[in-house]
Design a protein around this ligand. Sequence first.
Ligand SMILES: [Zn+2]
Ligand SMILES: [Zn+2]
Ligand SMILES: [Zn+2]
Length: 176
Amino acid sequence: MLYKTIKVRNGDMLVNYNIYKCDRCSNDIEEAWPMVINDINHYCYECGFLMDIIDSKEYLRHSGFGLMPNIKAAVHNGEVVLWTTKKPPWETPDSTYRKTKAYRLWRKEVFERDGYVCRHCGSDKDIQAHHIKPFAKYKKLRFKVSNGLTLCDRCHKEEHKRMKMGGRNERSVSNQ
Ligand SMILES: [Zn+2]
Ligand SMILES: [Zn+2]
Ligand SMILES: [Zn+2]
């Protein structure tokens, strides 16, 4: 929707310049910015993409991300995801994710919170960061410290055995 009209100088003239509010997220969209107009509604390009009014090509062009080589965009679980690898991140194997900086940081934060000792037996030998809710299933919780638990190797294996018996969809023990 139109939010307000201001006067701006254009050479010697004062011209009207419209500022809209995105009808989905309420962010301001200036006239000169990319926007998606659908009947009477105005959407920022991000919302336009999320609502499937524009496609990823158009989104990338509007956002400026399109200048990056090999960049791709998609809406996944209601969020805009950008990537440059061959496959989108939700299709990349889980082993890749454990090499990421985000994962290492998460593990360190979990260890720090738990004082670098196993939360089950107190040992500080072979500690690992366990995901309370399996990371394969709960992607959004992967990097939440509250979903992490420091366990030693032995307790970690036991915990996964216990989870399996509980009928939960857990991967092999070597997965963290
Ligand atoms: Zn918006
Ligand atoms: Zn332990
Ligand atoms: Zn685990």
